[in-house]
Ligand binder design. Sequence first.
Ligand code: UDP
Length: 437
Amino acid sequence: MNNYHFLLVSLPHQSHINPTFRLATKLTRAGTRVTLATTINGLKTLPSVPGLSYHFFSDGGAAGKPNYLQEIKLAGLSNLKELLITKAKEGQKVDFLIYGICLPWVAEVAHELHVPSALFFIQSAASFSVVYHLFKSDGGVGNSNIDPSGIVKIPGLPLLRYSEVPSFLLTTHTLAVVFQEHIEILEKHPDSFILINSFNALEEDSIEAIPDHINIFPVGPLVSGDTEEPFVSDTFQDSDRETYLRWLDSKPEKSVVYVSFGSLLKLQRKQKEEIFQGLIELGYPFLWVIRNNGENDEEDVMRYTAEGGGLIVRWCSQVEVLNHVAIGCFVTHCGWNSTVESVVCGVPMVGCPHNADQKLNAKMVEEVWGNGVKAVADGEGVVGREEMKRCLAVVMGGGEINRKCENLKSMAMEATAEEGSSHRNLHRFFENLKRAS
Ligand code: UDP
């Protein structure tokens, strides 16, 4: 793929830019040139990688507002068209466009300017299968037909309760129309492609349930659990790295509980307290990311630090942490990135899902892969200390769960190795793109 130029367009949010940056790095390693475009009000410092350059465009000044995506579309449409034209004039023609899940308008630009394009679906194949089977025009279930008290049948997946359908697909969510639009684009342009941060052996049933005419390429995991491989830090706001790595170095193997709820969730104060009490009653050392955006975070961090046997940080390099030998388990909200990172590092999970695709991911962890347990929350959505202790005892107890984690970790490494399924899928994707261009 030498001399090919990819333009990747992503929202700046951590869970979008992380996998997009990792995909960009993978593409540069395969010998392509990559430009990663995101909004100017996003993350300020992005790592420098040979072959990778960045382009920033305006988000229309609407960060955090309800019409955010619409503003980005308005500002981004003309900016990207201009970028493509300028690059071509400068002799750096963009050969392929890859766009994120909230930016279907990039496909419009691609089709208008006759540049082949792919959707980068940053969630699981299971989630994609739900999107597809809900919104396909020929016999789709339709999100308005889902019965809140019933069961949803999606090919390739265990039966889902209403609460386990990704919340962004429900009629009540503003993003549902965006996902519907993706399926419309796929149907209108059957030569469109989809890249996915998953691998065949992990999600075989979900992938097989997606019909052959949908050009889906699982090329993940995009992050490596191989500690021998040079680590490119893609964490953009990490100030305590030396401290927590030194602290982890001082702990015995598989003794530490790592607690983190991703980049967006705000935990209720009661939830933090229950987790804390569960941790100190069991006595495991813990490394906990509290991002200072929830109720009384400042005050709670001081108290937990004074009373507990753990270390609290504002942010960490999560993959590096999960890869550390001292980590025994991960208490997580089961965002897809966190779930995949835990799989590749072979760390068992306690799933405490809240919204989006998290309940579906936690279900897969407990019921399909067996590499963790799903904590049961009370009527207010809080996982109590006794339930936390029950779950921690299971995942810290070793045995079958650890064996499954090791097995999944090996499968992930096999998938990305030379001749592995994801490696082959990436090359199949390249071959298809060459034919399309
Ligand atoms: N992350 C990190 N350090 C932290 C917390 C999160 O590097 O202290 C990264 C994590 O590795 C993952 C992303 O932020 O890549 C969170 O994405 P995920 O899909 O798990 O959850 P979301 O943020 O969308 O809820």
